[in-house]
Each structure stands twice: as structure tokens, then as C-alpha cells.
Design a protein around this ligand. Structure first.
Ligand code: HEM
Length: 435
């Protein structure tokens, strides 16, 4: 006999509502439900029902042991409409073929070839920072992340069009963020069609240009246009997928890192000291980055507290059972990375920022910032190198001080610090230039 999936009662829902108002985030409410009802509970809103799964057993079930019983693609979700046949929203052999086609450009061996590009575009943005000025790090990190992604993976300088396409990128991200469409999919989207047209025009154009002027190398765009089995539409779907999945995540992570460092000046000083010990004139390599071990801990802890992808969404492909709970075919399931990262039975004082907890490895499947199993994040190695280089460069060149403005965790396409992370930037005397 299977068990009914727990549903929050009205007392728990009231507590959740209070937590939501206090934290200005739905995540506060989910944490209340999770602490009481984990590892599985149902959430029902008018027109929308999902089963939330929390904890290491649930993650292992969804990501590894029963992964073939789940589908990624959900035709009703805007993300499938936007990305069409992008690797992120495909299943089965077709997904595996797309992933194999892109893998070499994100392979560890390729990363050293991206280092100079990452430094170059980071410096390009940092050069614009005015001494002693307050800046919104959410915007600045997005600018760096966009330029870096386009400049390395597509070997395309995005700088001439970044301002022109800025709002279009934001509109597109807003389109796939949780919102009223969850309750009512006819909700109007002013400006979205135009934004998508602008981005598509640009992506089809860089595909045409690369076909006409091939370059040597295994960057993602070159790899894709070289294939005889991919037409421009299918390549556009992969480029848009990687553009969004690859920059919005790093933007969120970097902004949260800076926010948390600003909130914890002792951690900021420790990290600044570690960065200053590196030789700022020596060439940066993947090897040299391994010396920044406290930075690794700061990044890991930030990913634990504010995982940019805070849940994975699936549909059951069959009737299945998890720990006695029956999940009928076509149930929407969300495994929560955010809630798993804050389970008190695995994390001491889970809401505290303590980078040093990562001096030891977390237990399997308690920590999943890049997902897990065969469909884990294809860009994980790239992102970890990228974020470290950007952070190192910022701290080599500037001292940052957080301005006291309230920030809350906003569930957009990623988990973002909203309304932004305002910091005063102060140039360091010793200027570092590689180029
Ligand atoms: C801090 C940075 C990043 C984080 C935290 C992150 C997180 C994740 C997570 C959690 C998943 C799995 C989601 C699930 O199980 O439903 C995922 C998948 C994916 N990520 Fe990332 N990601 C990051 C950066 C990147 C980058 C830089 C790229 C591309 C350049 C990328 C491309 C993808 C793609 C295409 C998938 C789907 C893979 C597949 O289904 O086979 N991500 N990411």
C-alpha cells in the first residue's frame, strides 16, 4: 500500500506565510514546509501542482537510480518554448547526442585556452569602474559573465552589441523565470517577442559569419558549425541554451559571493590576503588557481547558501514509487537543491556563512550545486575556473565595501540577490595589467 504524499496543513501554511513575508522570498515558506515534511511533500496552487523532493536520498533517486523514469522536457514550460531543442530540454538519445557534440568545448583540457579571454573581458569591465563610486555588482557581474561567455565559448566579441541587446537578454530571462504563467499561461508578455527576435537575429548572424569564416579551434560555436548533422536552427537552440545557462548562473554566483564577502569583512580580508599572495604578473593557469584554497571554500559555501540553480524540474515518465510514496505518471517533480543544502541534520547552523566547513567534503548528495549523475551541469568545470579568475582579478584591482541596502533572494531563472548588490569600489595602488 502506498502512502499519500504529505500536504502542508493550514497551521504550517500560516507559519510558512510568516516566514515568506519576513524573508521576502518564497524560499522562506519552502524551508518551513521542508523542515516539517521532508523528504517529500506536495505544493498546490490554483492551476499548479508539484511534488517537492528534498535531501540526499531524493536527489540520488531523481538524478541517478531512477533517472530514466523522469523527463526533463515539459512542453507547457516557457523554457521549452524558448530553447526549442536545446540540450537542457531534450531527453533520451537526442539529448545524449547534443551533449556529446558540445562536451569537448567545455572539457577540462580546453579550460587553459580560455584563461586569457576571461582575464581580458574582466579587465575590460573593471577598467570602467570609477574610483570610490557605488556600483551594482549584479549588473557588473552580468556584464563580465556575458562578455566572457561569448568571448570564450563562441570566440565572439559581444562588446559592440552588449548595450543594444542588454534589455533583450533580461526580457528573455524574465520569460523563463517563475511568475504568473505558473497559474495562468495566457499571461501577456509585453516586449518579449521583440526581445527574442533581436537575440535570434544576432545568434543566426554569428552562425552565418562563422560558417563563412571558419576559425581553427574547438570553441563551442566552431564545433557546432563544423557538424554536418546540425542546421542553423538546431545550433541557435544550443547557443541560446548555453548563453542563458552559462551566464545567468555565474552572474548570480559572483554577485552572491561579493554580497557575502561584504557582509563578512573578516572573510573578505582573509580572501584579499590570499589573492595578494599570488604573483599578479605571473601567467594564470588552472594549476596556479589551485593555490586559492580559501577562495574555493568561499565559493563552495556561497553555492551552498544560494545555489543559482536552486531546483531541478522533472516530469515522471511512468507511475513510480519513492520511499513508499506513489508518484503517478506526468507528475511535476522538483528536487530542491536549496532545501537540501540547508537541512539541519547535515549542516551545522545551516543559515550561517562559514566557508571553513568546506575544509572537509560534504556527505554524498547533500551538496549538489551542479546537480548530479549523467545530466549534471555540463559547464561545471568551466564555471568554477571562470568565477575564480574573475574574483581574483576584482580583488587584485579593487577593494569593495558593501553599502547597507536590503537584499533578498529572488527566484528568477536563477536565484539572484535583488534588487542588486551595491558596493563602493576603491582602486588598489598596485595596478595589475596582463595585457
Ligand atoms: C555557477 C555556475 C553554474 C551552476 C551553479 C550551474 C548549475 C547547474 C545545475 C544544478 C544543473 C542541473 C539541473 C538539474 O538537475 O535539473 C545544470 C545543468 C546544466 N548547465 Fe549549469 N550551472 C552553472 C554554469 C553553467 C555554464 C557555465 C554552462 C554552459 C556554459 C551551463 C550549462 C548547463 C547545461 C547545458 C545544463 C543541462 C545539462 C544536461 O541536461 O545535460 N551551466 N547546471
Amino acid at each position: 500500500m502506498s502512502l499519500p504524499i504529505p500536504v502542508p496543513d493550514s497551521i504550517l501554511s500560516l507559519k510558512a506565510l510568516q516566514a515568506m513575508i519576513k524573508q521576502r522570498s518564497v524560499l522562506g515558506a519552502l524551508e518551513v514546509f521542508s523542515n516539517q515534511l521532508q523528504p517529500v511533500f506536495e505544493l498546490t496552487l490554483p492551476g499548479f501542482k508539484t511534488v517537492m523532493m528534498v535531501g540526499p536520498e531524493a536527489a540520488r533517486f531523481v538524478l541517478v537510480s531512477d533517472r530514466d523514469d523522469f523527463r526533463w522536457r515539459n512542453e507547457a514550460d516557457p523554457v521549452a518554448m524558448l530553447l526549442r531543442h536545446g540540450v537542457l530540454v531534450e531527453d533520451g538519445d537526442f539529448h545524449d547526442r547534443l551533449r556529446r557534440a558540445m562536451n569537448p568545448s567545455l572539457h577540462k583540457q580546453m579550460l587553459n585556452s580560455y584563461v586569457n579571454g576571461i582575464l581580458h573581458y574582466t579587465d575590460h569591465v573593471l577598467d570602467r569602474w570609477e574610483d570610490h563610486s557605488p556600483m551594482d555588482m549584479l549588473d557588473e557581474m552580468r556584464r563580465i559573465a556575458l562578455l566572457v561567455l561569448m568571448g570564450t565559448l563562441y570566440q565572439t566579441n559581444f562588446d559592440p552589441v552588449i548595450d543594444q541587446l542588454w534589455n533583450a537578454v533580461l526580457k528573455t530571462i524574465q520569460y523563463i523565470s517563475p511568475g504568473l504563467w505558473i497559474l495562468w499561461n495566457q499571461v501577456p508578455r509585453p516586449g518579449y517577442a521583440k526581445a527574442l527576435r533581436e537575440i535570434d537575429d544576432y545568434l543566426y548572424q554569428i552562425i552565418r559569419v562563422r560558417r563563412a569564416n571558419p576559425i581553427d579551434g574547438d570553441d563551442l560555436l566552431s564545433l557546432l558549425v563544423r557538424r554536418s548533422d546540425m542546421d542553423d536552427d538546431l545550433i541557435r537552440d544550443q547557443l541560446l541554451t548555453m548563453l542563458i545557462a552559462g551566464h545567468d548562473t555565474s552572474t548570480a554566483l559572483l554577485s552572491w559571493v561579493l554580497y557575502l564577502l561584504g557582509k563578512h569583512p573578516e572573510a573578505m580580508s582573509q580572501l584579499e590576503a590570499e589573492v595578494m599572495r599570488t604573483d599578479d604578473q605571473a601567467p594564470v593557469t588552472i594549476e596556479s588557481l589551485t593555490k586559492l584554497s580559501f577562495m574555493d571554500q568561499v565559493i563552495d559555501e556561497t553555492l551552498r547558501l544560494y545555489p543559482p540553480i536552486h531546483l531541478g524540474s522533472r516530469l515522471t515518465a511512468d507511475d513510480i514509487e519513492f520511499q513508499g510514496y506513489r508518484l503517478p505518471r506526468n507528475t511535476r517533480v522538483m528536487y530542491s537543491i536549496y532545501l537540501t543544502h540547508r537541512l539541519p541534520q547535515y549542516w551545522d547552523n545551516p543559515s550561517a556563512f562559514r566557508p571553513e566547513r568546506f575544509a572537509t567534503r560534504p556527505l554524498p548528495y547533500t551538496y549538489l550545486p551542479f546537480g548530479g549523475g549523467p545530466r549534471n551541469c555540463i559547464g561545471a568545470a568551466y564555471a568554477q575556473v571562470e568565477v575564480k579568475i574573475i574574483l581574483m582579478r576584482i580583488l587584485q584591482r579593487y577593494h569593495l565595501e558593501l553599502l547597507p541596502r536590503p537584499v533578498h533572494a529572488h527566484m528568477g531563472a536563477t536565484l539572484e540577490p535583488r534588487p542588486g548588490v551595491w558596493m563602493r569600489v576603491q582602486k588598489r595602488k598596485r595596478l595589475t595589467r596582463v595585457f
